[in-house]
Design a protein around this ligand. Structure first.
Ligand code: 5AD
Ligand code: SF4
Length: 506
């Protein structure tokens, strides 16, 4: 162990990461993208024995926490787990940052602008910390897994109290303990994923819809993507644990679950002694009495025929599939490392349209991948027209340090990338409106989530195909699935009226 008295005389908060490493050899655990890249073969263990140590069960009594979540649904769900752990320590949630004693930023690393937002927020937090020295501020989520980010925080934002990684969430009580009782910044980021911990507490947001993790990590290593480094290798939860969680949610009145994984179609591939894949899981969940089941995100490469057949049963399995294509050009797909061609993707879509009644698709697209030509971009436009996606999330390529694509030379200017994004978005909107228009006059089932954001007199909910519907109705409809006749289609929403006996007669 390092001799703490023998290091140089610099104040703690001015030390570099190397100084820290020397100083706290046992507790300072910075991340390494290189280590995160390695995929090891050893089995993952599943633990059911998470517990908050007795000395930490009351530390939060009378204190409040605030978590700001950036990025994907996986992060949102991690926030629910962290909220569960904090409540287990006696803390109470607050929606006002200024009122909090613990502030966590659950960060996203997927694109540069996501990271910039977080650094902006960190800047805003400094005056709050100066005003309230006992406030604990923690940075967690995907950005914490990047060594460059950790070094930047150590150097430029030494008032931060804790940095912990995506594999260290269950260690939150110990991390807070270190921050409360130690004087220095606690940095705990495991680059290698840990085991699966099943019994972590959760405080779910709302009681109508719930996220359910089915697997963690990603082994696809698309050349632009940081996720396999920040989230580790693919690890599937055991079927019985997932099924029990869904049954529990059904018993508690939840109407919809969304199964989460970076690549849900790879579910079960990592089991060594069990032949059970995503199709089998969906088939088992289909038998549970819960009205709606969705899943995200799918990778086209692993979408197998058995899964298509299972989804074709419909019922509580929604006929809306998020199927990221990323590009419509086979050469670009190859350089992206997506492992399918344009034709293979279209063949998969064709098969699904043929076998899953009334199926609809949404997608993710990256424009301006290094050296993308105008013709290659036009292939993306044409695949949009061919598939007729109901929605598309479109992004300008953002180089991520440590990924292969970030080392590629790029001859496409930002101006061209922006112009392509605009053209793509125009097409996405046109198709979305056209697809929405089809619903005018139709009656659709809407799971009512609450009042619409813009108008408290209007209720808002989602159809089976994940379309937002706004309509006037009684508050008692919230949490139920009700029939709504669509009156007017807009690009991203549908306006309708509740179907009751009276509206039907008139
Ligand atoms: N630049 C731009 N978009 C990206 N995505 C992932 N990595 C990058 C990147 N480096 C997009 C992909 C993915 C979605 C979640 O984010 O489209 O499907
Ligand atoms: Fe990233 Fe590709 Fe994995 Fe999706 S499948 S998380 S884009 S590496």
């Amino acid at each position: 162990m390092a001799d703490k008295t023998s290091t140089d005389q610099k104040p703690l908060r001015e030390k570099t990461s190397e100084d820290f490493a020397k100083y706290f050899q046992t507790t300072f655990q910075p991340p390494s993208l290189k280590d995160a890249r390695r995929r090891r073969r050893e089995d993952i263990e599943v633990h059911y024995d998470f517990a908050i140590s007795e000395d930490m069960q009351q530390v939060g009594i009378g204190k409040k926490f605030f978590i700001r979540t950036y990025g994907c649904q996986m992060n949102e769900h991690d926030t629910e787990v962290m909220a569960g752990i904090l409540e287990g320590m006696g803390y109470e949630a607050t929606t006002e940052m200024e009122a909090a004693d613990v502030i966590l930023l659950n960060t996203c690393a997927i694109r540069e602008n996501a990271e910039n937002k977080v650094f902006g927020e960190i800047g805003h937090l400094k005056p709050l910390k100066l005003e309230k020295p006992d406030l604990l501020i923690g940075i967690c989520g995907c950005m914490s897994q990047e060594e460059a980010v950790v070094n930047r925080i150590l150097k430029k934002h030494p008032f931060i109290d804790m940095i912990f990684g995506t594999h260290n969430i269950h260690r939150l009580p110990e991390i807070i303990k270190g921050a409360l009782f130690g004087k220095e910044m606690v940095v705990e980021v495991w680059s290698k994923e840990g085991d699966i911990i099943e019994n972590l507490p959760k405080v779910r947001k709302g009681n109508i819809k719930a996220w359910v993790n089915i697997m963690y990590g990603c082994d696809k290593f698309c050349t632009y993507c940081i996720v396999p480094y920040t989230r580790g290798k693919e690890r599937s939860r055991l079927p019985e644990d997932i099924i029990e969680e869904v049954r529990h949610l059904a018993r508690n009145g939840y109407q919809e679950i969304t199964l989460l994984g970076q690549n849900v179609n790879a579910y079960g591939k990592d089991f060594t002694d069990l032949d059970y894949r995503f199709g089998d899981l969906m088939d088992d969940l289909h038998k549970i009495d819960i009205p709606r089941i969705r899943f995200t995100t799918s990778h086209p490469r692993d979408f197998d025929d058995h899964l298509i057949d299972v989804l074709a049963q419909g019922g509580n399995l929604m006929e809306h599939i998020h199927l990221p294509v990323q590009s419509g050009n086979t050469d670009i797909l190859k350089i992206m490392g997506r492992k399918y061609s344009r034709e293979q993707y279209l063949e998969l879509v064709r098969k699904m349209k043929e076998r899953i009644p009334d199926v609809t698709f949404s997608t993710d697209i990256i424009v301006g991948f290094p050296n993308e030509t105008e013709e290659q971009f036009e292939d993306t436009l044409s695949i949009m027209r061919e598939v007729e996606y109901d929605a598309a999330y479109t992004f300008i390529y953002s180089p991520r340090d440590g990924t292969p694509a970030a080392r590629m030379e790029d001859n496409v200017s930002m101006e061209v990338k922006k112009e392509r994004l605009q053209r793509l978005n125009k097409l996405v909107n046109d198709i979305a409106l056209k697809k929405n228009k089809v619903f005018e006059g139709q009656i659709v089932d809407v799971l009512v989530e609450g009042e619409s954001k813009k108008n408290a007199d209007v209720l808002s909910g989602y159809t089976r195909k994940n379309k937002v519907v706004n309509f006037k109705g009684p508050k008692s409809a919230i949490g139920n699935i009700v029939p709504v006749r669509i009156k007017e289609a807009k690009t991203w929403t549908l306006d309708g009226e509740l179907v009751t006996e009276t509206t039907e007669v008139t």
